[in-house]
Design a protein around this ligand. Structure first.
Ligand code: BT5
Length: 262
């Protein structure tokens, strides 16, 4: 039985983490939660799986999810403001993940806009937010994947080039249960701040954890590539890039991939 089963007892949180379900291996925790949502699951319901056979990333990409080695989880949200809910919830997910990793492991986790968590320049976690229309507002599924105890040698080659795991960086096995509890607590905390519409607190923490701010990047939007220097990241306006070819352009996170730190 999964070590994470203990989470089903619930945590003393306000919304996220009060109702938790833990599974062995599923296709994708996001799929599972959409099914639970169709059956009336309440806001804040979180699902964890020990492994995923069809974990997914953004834009149709796949997410490697080895059994027993990571945190693969999703949480159901119904934020009252539909406007900007997906980018805001992506940020909230990234902040909570970075803060939980920092609190549990002391590793210097940073956020690469819009949805990657990096440790020492390599990706250790990712956030995927999916939205659907509902009769009374929008429903969001916030999915988070964290590479906790996978060794780099067992990663598929293309992933090993870009990714790391917390145990690789900390040189020791990480307690997944402690990390999962911390993640639920941080998600609950940051989601309350989102509900209070305290964008200033979110922006400040996001800027202080940003791996992207001030760096030169190559970014892809559809088939277009843009190169430049990032001079701001902001919850409302997205990423502001001073283009090498002149001018300033703002990008929203949903359809953009940062290819490289140039
Ligand atoms: C993401 O997408 O980073 C979002 C990942 C979200 C995964 C969670 S797990 C729980 C929940 N259920 C799901 O089915 N999904 C969510 P994106 O920015 O598109 O990055 C995807 C890219 O990251 C891939 O194309 C690979 O290059 C790389 N990648 C795949 N698996 C990885 C892993 N385990 N660790 C680090 N990088 C990975």
């Amino acid at each position: 039985m999964s070590l994470l089963k203990e989470l089903e007892r619930g945590l003393p949180t306000r919304v996220i983490g009060r109702k938790v379900r833990v599974y062995d291996v599923v296709t994708s925790t996001n799929d599972l939660l959409w099914e639970l949502s169709d059956r009336g699951a309440e806001e804040g319901t979180a699902v964890f799986a020990d492994g995923q056979t069809h974990g997914r990333g953004r834009l149709g990409r796949s997410w490697w999810s080895p059994t027993g080695k990571g945190i693969w989880m999703s949480v159901l949200l119904r934020p009252p403001t539909a406007e900007g809910a997906v980018p805001m919830t992506t940020i909230v997910g990234a902040l909570a993940t970075a803060d939980a990793v920092r609190a549990t492991t002391r590793l210097p986790a940073l956020i690469r806009w819009p949805n990657d968590i990096l440790v020492r320049g390599k990706k250790a976690a990712g956030v995927l937010v999916e939205a659907r229309a509902a009769p009374n507002g929008r429903i969001l599924v916030l999915g988070i994947g964290i590479d906790v105890n996978a060794s780099r040698s067992e990663m598929p080659q293309d992933i090993a080039k870009l990714a790391t795991s917390l145990s690789e960086e900390a040189n020791e096995e990480i307690n997944r249960l402690e990390l999962a509890k911390s993640l639920l607590g941080e998600l609950d905390r940051w989601y309350q701040i989102e509900l209070e519409q305290d964008t200033e607190t979110i922006n400040q923490r996001w800027r202080s954890l940003s791996a992207t701010l001030g760096s030169r990047i190559v970014l892809e939007q559809g088939r277009q590539r843009y190169e430049g220097t990032v001079f701001d990241v902001d919850v409302r306006f997205g990423l502001a890039l001073r283009l090498d070819r002149g001018g300033i352009k703002h990008f929203r996170g949903e359809h953009v991939t940062v290819l490289d730190e140039a």
